[in-house]
Design a protein around this ligand. Structure first.
Ligand code: Q46
Ligand code: ZN
Ligand code: ZN
Length: 315
């Protein structure tokens, strides 16, 4: 197979786009597509001060490095869950990218604040690790945005992540989540900064190819708690549909975004975006909460640890 642009031997075939590229032209194609997505959906606006939620994986590190190449300066935020080698190696990779692009990363260490790792925190709360992790991440990401003046939180969610989540929501008709999976979320009381996902229309395979070709060193292992998650099953199902009908995932997600735009246009006050807003503020820290203490402060209280939310700054 030949590269569509230069005619040299192609290194990657993109069946969903009915095309193939050599390394150089794939990088150009990929960056252009992300740029078009950012523009088309107004993900990053003039005057924004973005921060990227980095995990050490291919998606977030590729996004971070790509933004830098596009001339968009963004710092990073990392939540160290204290999961042995997985967290240690993730942080090493993040610091290497921070050094390479000359940006700083704010690091929140779960073990330093909660005196135990995320597994132990979850046990105390009698919640699944992912539920405790999600609550802490939301809190500290909100906090860093407010304290350091970042108005936009960018995440590396890709097409496969979004298609799997949407598939699950449709399969079980989870109407309460169905229309909340937008490519961007305006700030509201629950989310103190805007949020956006520039890789929304890029497949996992494309992002991995981008990371490898551009020499981004990322952690291959997934978080140990992601194993067995339903989304992996959904990704496999969608993967086999994609195999026989290339482009289906992209059509699924683009159709969803179109539908969402329609809904927002016809009922702008329905609050599809703001439905995650809290109804009050935490009595201890003043952050939005559904009423009473927020989850973060409740956790500290349960563990009999005084309030703290310190970040290490690297770079
Ligand atoms: S939620 Fe769960 Fe992820 Fe947190 S505990 Fe790991 S798998 S990292 S996005
Ligand atoms: Zn080429
Ligand atoms: Zn609180």
């Amino acid at each position: 197979m030949k590269c569509r642009v230069c005619g040299e031997t192609a290194s990657i075939a993109l069946r969903s786009h009915k095309t193939a590229f050599c390394d150089t032209h794939f990088l150009i194609f990929f960056e252009k597509r992300v740029q078009t997505t950012i523009r088309r959906y107004g993900l990053i606006r003039a005057g924004d001060r973005p921060i990227v939620a980095v995990s050490g994986g291919k998606d977030s590190l590729s996004l971070w490095a790509l933004l830098q190449r596009m001339g968009i300066a963004a710092d990073g935020i990392y939540v160290n869950l204290g999961i042995g080698d997985y967290s240690r190696v993730s942080l090493e990779k993040i610091k290497a990218v921070a050094d390479a692009i000359g940006r700083k990363v704010h690091i929140f260490h779960v073990p330093a604040t909660f005196q135990r790792d995320i597994t132990e925190v979850a046990k105390v709360l009698r919640r699944a690790p992912c539920s405790a992790c999600g609550m802490i991440k939301r809190y500290v990401m909100n906090k860093i945005c407010i304290e350091k003046g970042y108005n936009l939180l960018l995440t590396g969610h890709n097409l496969d992540d979004e298609a799997a989540a949407l598939f699950g929501n449709v399969l079980y008709w989870k109407k309460e989540y169905l229309w909340k999976k937008d490519i961007s979320l305006e700030e509201d009381e629950g989310h103190l900064s805007r949020k956006a996902k520039p890789f929304f229309l890029c497949s996992e395979r494309e992002v991995a190819a981008y990371a490898i070709i551009s020499g981004i060193d990322y952690i291959y292992e997934e978080c140990p708690f992601s194993k067995g998650a339903k989304t992996i099953t959904y990704k496999n199902i969608l993967g086999s549909i994609e195999e026989s009908s290339p482009g289906t995932k992209l059509m699924f997600i683009k159709g969803y975004l179109k539908e969402l735009e329609e809904i927002k246009r016809s009922s702008p006050h329905e609050g599809f975006r703001g439905s995650n807003a809290g109804t009050g503020y935490c009595g201890a820290c003043g952050y939005p909460s559904g009423g009473g203490l927020c989850g973060y402060c409740r956790t500290l209280e349960k563990l009999e640890i005084p309030y703290s939310a310190e970040f290490e700054e690297y770079g």
